[in-house]
Structures are given as C-alpha cells and as structure tokens.
Design a protein around this ligand. Structure first.
Ligand code: ADP
Length: 667
C-alpha cells in the first residue's frame, strides 16, 4: 500500500510540473477508490478468516490430487497437527484405514467418471489424530471450482463425544429393558396364574386385589415397552420385515386381537362391508401395532355401547385404513400436538382414561417408516376418525399368506425362518423309481434322506450314521426286509430305531410278524402319502406317550418358577441357568423345545444357537428375552418373543405350536 502511495506521488509531482493538473486529480481519485476497496476486501478477508478460525468444525480444502491447500484453526485442535505439518501434505495423513486406502481411488474415479459417491453427502467415518487415536467424525465434502481448477472442501465434525454418550444411553436403555422387563414378566405371569384360578381359588377380596395388581402391572409394562419403542425409533433402529400382506386379513386379525379390550370398554368393533382385498408391502407386526393403537384409542375414548367401525378403501393407488369412533373427539387446538410424545388431551393426574401418550407418536413413526401417511379428522363431542394410507402392492402371483403365530397388541412374536429338517431317514428299497419317489416325498416334508438297495449296504450305513427312522421294503435281493429288521433289532444300536415297512405285501405280513419287531407302521404300495407322513411323525416322536421335554435357559429365578408353573402338567421343564450348564444339558439330553434367554451370567444365550441347530432331529428354539433380536438371529430360530410383550396364553400357544410341529402333542 505504501508503495502505491509513493508511486502515485511521483506521478502526481511529474504531472503537476507539466501543468496537467486535471489529469493528476483524476488519477489521485482513481487510486483513492482502488485503495479504499482493497482495504475493504482485506478487511472482509480477515473477517472471513476470523470466522472460519472460530468455527468448531474443521474445514479443509484440497486439490484434485488430495494435497491440502488450506485448513482452519479447528483442524489443528482436532487433529493435533501444526498448520505447517499439514499444508501441501496429502489429506490421507488425517485418515485411518480403510478410508486412507480408498481415498486415491475415490478421487481418480471421480475425475474419470464424474460419479459422485461421497460429494454432497454427510457420512460418518473414522479419522486419525497425530497421536494415533482413531475417532469418529461426520464428514461433508463439497466440490469447488476455484480460478478454473477443481478443489474439494471438507467440513469435519468430531462426533466421538456424541457417540460415547449414545453408547452409554443405549447401554442404559438395554439395562432398563432387561432389569424392568424380566421382573415385570414374572410378576404379570404369576398374577395371571393367580387370576385364572389354576393355583386354586382365592378369597373374593384377595381376588379383587389380584385384579388390581394385574391391571397395574399391565400399565407399567405398556409404559416400559412404549418408552423402549420410542427410544428405538429415535435411534433410527426400527427394522421392518417387509412382506406382501393382505390388508383385510391383517385388519381382521387385529380386530380379533383387540376385541377383548374393546369389550372391556363395552364397545363393539365392526368392519365395514365391501372391503376389497388389497395387498400392501409392510411389516405385519408393526402394522398390527398401529391397528392396536388406533383401535384401543377409539374404544377407550368411546362412550359405553358405542360402535367403532373400521374401513378399508383404495384412493389413487393408496390403501386407506380408517378407524372411526363416536367418542369424545379431539379439540382443534391439539391438532399440532397429537402425534407428539407424551401428548394427551387430558394430561391431569386425575384423568379417567389410562395411557402413556406415546402410542400415536410410535404409530406415526411406523407409518412414516413405511413411506405412508397418517392423519385424523375429529369433531369435539362427536367422534374421531384416524386413518393411515399405504401404497397398494401389486403381486404377480399371490401366495397364500403364512399363518401367523398368535399376537396381541404390539410386537409380540417374530417367526424365524430356520429351515427345519425333521430328521434323517434311511430308505431301504431296491426299486429305483420307488426309492426316488420316496426320497422326493420325504424331502418335501423336510426329512433328510439316504437310500440304499440292499440290506448289506443298509447295515453299513446304520453303523456309520445316526438315523431317526428306517423305511424297509420286504422283497429285497439277498436278504428279505423282515429278516433284516430282525437282525437290526438284535443289535444294541438298532433296538430303538423306529422302523416302517413299505411294501406291496405290507398288509399281508402285518399279522404274521411278531410284535417284538416293534414295527411302527405298515404301508402298502402304492404309497399313501398322508399315511406315510403320519407314520413318520409317530416315528420321530418316539412314542405316543412321549412327554414333551423343554429346556428353559434362564438365569432369573422368578421367571424360572413362573415358567415351571405355566407349563406344569403340560411338559417336563428342565432348567439351565448359565451358558455352560446349558451346553452340558444340550449335549447329553434330548429336548422337544428350547426356550432361550440372551443375557446369561457367563455369556450370551445367542452363542448356544449354532450348538442347538446341530442337533438331529432339529430342536425348535424360542428366544424369550428382554432384548429385541436382530433379523439375522431371528432367521436361525423359530420364534423370538420379547419378555413383557407376550401374555401367558400367547406364550403357551407358541410353545404348543412349536412342539406340535416337532411332532409332540402333549403341551
Ligand atoms: P394414549 O392413548 O396412550 O394416551 P396416544 O398417543 O395413543 O396415547 O394418544 C394421545 C392422545 O390423543 C390421547 O391421550 C387422547 O387425548 C388423544 N386421542 C387419541 N385417539 C383418540 C380418539 N380416538 N378419540 C379421542 N382422543 C384421542
């Protein structure tokens, strides 16, 4: 600046001498303007620098090769480097694996293809401090065009503290979930048993107290479950198991599940006529939860003897489910609050209707996650209609829907996708076509099959493998089927194995054969598939008098006692309170079902799943835990139940269903 003044002064002096003073004044004026703007722009630049240096986010610009061009103060604080150690260095200096290795290819890929993978997006990545510490950051990258050359600007936010707090919060929530759900489950279970009278009659006054305690336990459980659900939704952890669902079936199911509650409010539920069959692509249990909330609200806020009607309609490719009541209605001033957390029109301590004020918040989050829309119309004193809309799903070939396990209001059960082999069958049959047919039939029923055409091979296979049953043809080359059975029964290893005769002469030989051979069944050729299935079920179930044995892996003594009470006279319940003792029992005993808790004193119950799934025939597993399990775990088991979200009756129903499917019918 001083130089420009000197330079201008000399010119002015020269011009003045030449008497060209007008020109001199003009020049002076131009220089003054230039100097003014330059000062202004320097001031702006300094201001901008000061601003950038005072933001807490780190801001870095790099060139197209990744070389650092500028950094603000926060970069030095965040990463622990001095400015001089960063300028002209590659940005990879601040990155940890695997981002470090990938960065060059990101840049060159972008230059070659123009495809933006990270530009314009906010991502969570790991960064590397000077002291070697890896920490989590949120990174936003933007492309700049500066004086004709490409540059990239990265804005980096240190989120390690936030992540740490999140972790503590998650741990706290999971502790609360476990600590509250488990005792509440045993309280409710025990009160439920007292209430149902299975433990004997209690005096009338005590009965009233039990009823009171039971209802309040329900309220507490609902609150805990709602809080945990909200937390899960907030953390973005809501996982949807999307499938094609017939909405009418779903609505009917949820009406049935909530009918008892409606009846307790002296309200009847009605499905409007002319409901067509629409499919939606949704999570069955989450939609049941939505319906449960809308139906229970409608019933709760209706007067006695009122009707709650439910309709299913299609409007512009959207399937709309509405729940209408003739209840209290909602004052207009609540319109913006009704879907918010803990929002209740009557929030006084003395309010008549129970509830947490969380239901509609959860309901809205579920519908939003499905890409749907929820709203309501209401007139105070006249009633309300809550409705949600989901896109119609067009299925090319409709398959029959899977029969769901019992479920009430809320997420109760999750059906696992474990492919169950019902056992390993040895087929002794010399006719190739029949052997192939039998294999196909049995494999369709999920049996593992090994075929052989003569008794010698069969004996060898029996020595080398563990079969759950054998089917034997009578007419065989070399040794006939019945003498083969005699030989098998004479050996220690073959005394108990179930045997079924499948022969064109089955009926003929049935009465001539001594009962000591303990043939489970005689099936004539051509084979009646139903007869064969029945025989095999019986074979695998060992004997009709077989007592269902359940292994209950659980460390909470109250819950152990409750389960024993619940299944008394229905099954033999063996307990294991740790992973170690469960391992020993699984290895040495045979069970028809395993009920598994996750949090055990010496480890996670989940570690036992591979071991259980190795058992032949496969043992059904129910996870019964305070935690909600991830989808990949659910696929390895038969059902995942959340403690406190399932009633005694529902639990017994699931157990019944699973023990029946494994061939037992005693529960
Ligand atoms: P909760 O029912 O557990 O209190 P919700 O979130 O489901 O919580 O509902 C919040 C509030 O919205 C209720 O307390 C009630 O004031 C109002 N509300 C919801 N549904 C209805 C309805 N069908 N009729 C009247 N008020 C309703």
């Amino acid at each position: 600046m001083t130089a420009s003044f000197l330079f201008t002064g000399i010119i002015l002096l020269f011009d003045w001498k030449n008497q060209n003073w007008l020109e001199s004044i003009l020049l002076l004026f131009i220089v003054a303007i230039f100097l003014f703007y330059r000062k202004q722009s320097l001031a702006n630049e300094n201001h901008l620098h000061a601003l950038l240096d005072n933001v807490s986010d780190a801001i870095i610009t790099i060139d197209a090769k990744g070389s650092i061009l500028s950094v603000n103060n926060a970069v030095e604080h965040m990463f622990g480097y001095h400015l001089s150690e960063l300028l002209n260095n590659n940005i990879k200096k601040l990155m940890s694996a695997p981002y470090k290795e990938l960065h060059d290819s990101y840049l060159s890929n972008y230059q070659k293809t123009g495809q933006k993978h990270i530009i314009g997006k906010t991502r969570e990545v790991d960064a590397l401090r000077r002291n070697g510490e890896i920490f989590e950051v949120e990174l936003w990258v933007h492309e700049l065009n500066y004086k004709g050359s490409v540059q990239f600007m990265g804005v980096i936010r240190d989120i390690s503290e936030r992540k740490h707090v999140d972790k503590i919060k998650t741990e706290f929530i999971s502790t609360v979930s476990h600590e509250l759900r488990t005792p509440l489950t045993s309280i409710r279970g025990s009160l439920g048993m007292l209430k149902s009278g299975v433990l004997g009659k209690v005096p009338e006054k005590a009965d009233r107290m039990i009823e009171l305690a039971h209802n309040n336990t329900e309220r507490l459980i609902n609150l805990v479950n709602d809080i945990l659900d909200v937390e899960k939704i907030q953390a973005g952890k809501i996982e949807l198991k999307l499938e094609s669902i017939n909405i009418t079936d779903l609505v009917k199911q949820s009406m049935a599940s909530n009918d008892a509650y409606a009846a307790s409010c002296q309200v009847s539920l009605q499905l409007e006529e002319n409901t067509a069959n629409f499919q939606v692509y949704a999570d069955n249990q989450r939609l049941q939860q939505v319906m449960a909330n809308l139906i229970s609200n409608a019933a709760k806020f209706s007067p006695e003897n009122a009707l709650v009607s439910i309709s299913i309609k299609k409007e512009n490719e959207l399937v709309r489910v509405s729940v209408s009541d003739h209840g209290t209605g909602i004052p207009e001033e609540y319109r913006n609050k009704i879907f918010q957390k803990f929002s209740q029109v009557d929030s006084t301590d003395t309010r008549q209707k129970g509830g947490t004020g969380l239901g509609l918040n959860i309901t809205k989050a579920i519908i939003d996650h499905h890409g749907g829309h929820i709203d309501y119309s209401s007139e105070e004193g006249k009633g309300s209609t809550f409705f949600f809309e989901l896109p119609e799903y067009h299925v090319p070939n409709l398959k029959p829907t899977q029969e769901p396990l019992p479920s009430a209001a809320g997420i109760v059960t999750t059906i696992g996708k474990k492919v169950k082999s019902h056992g390993h069958i040895l087929v002794l049959e010399d006719e190739k076509d029949i052997a192939t047919l039998l294999s196909l039939l049995l494999e369709q029923q999920n049996f593992k099959v090994t075929t052989c055409s003569n008794s010698n091979d069969a004996k060898q296979l029996l020595e080398e493998n563990q079969f759950d049953a054998i089917t034997v043809d009578i007419r065989l080359p070399e040794q006939d089927g019945l003498s083969f059975v005699k030989e098998v029964r004479s050996k220690e290893t073959g005394k108990c194995i179930p045997i079924i005769i499948i022969s064109a002469e089955a009926e003929l030989n049935k009465n001539k054969t001594p009962s000591a051979l303990r043939i489970i069944d005689w099936i004539d050729k051509p084979i009646n598939t139903e007869h064969l299935n029945k025989a095999l079920q019986q074979a695998i179930t060992k004997s009709p008098n077989h007592q269902t044995t359940i292994l209950h892996i659980e460390d909470n003594s109250d819950l152990i006692e409750m389960m024993s009470g619940l299944l008394a006279n229905k099954a033999v319940v063996i307990h294991a309170e740790s992973v170690q003792s469960a391992k020993e029992k699984i290895a040495s005993e045979t069970f028809d079902l395993i009920i598994l808790d996750i949090g055990l004193p010496d480890g996670s119950g989940l570690d036992l799943i591979p071991l259980i799934n190795e058992k032949k025939p496969l043992v059904p597993i129910i996870i019964f835990s305070a935690q909600v399990v991830e989808a990949d775990i659910i696929n390895q088991v038969d059902a995942a139940l959340v403690k406190s979200k399932i009633s005694n009756e529902e639990l017994v129903d699931v157990i019944k269903k699973l023990t029946l499917s494994s061939g037992n019918n005693n529960v």
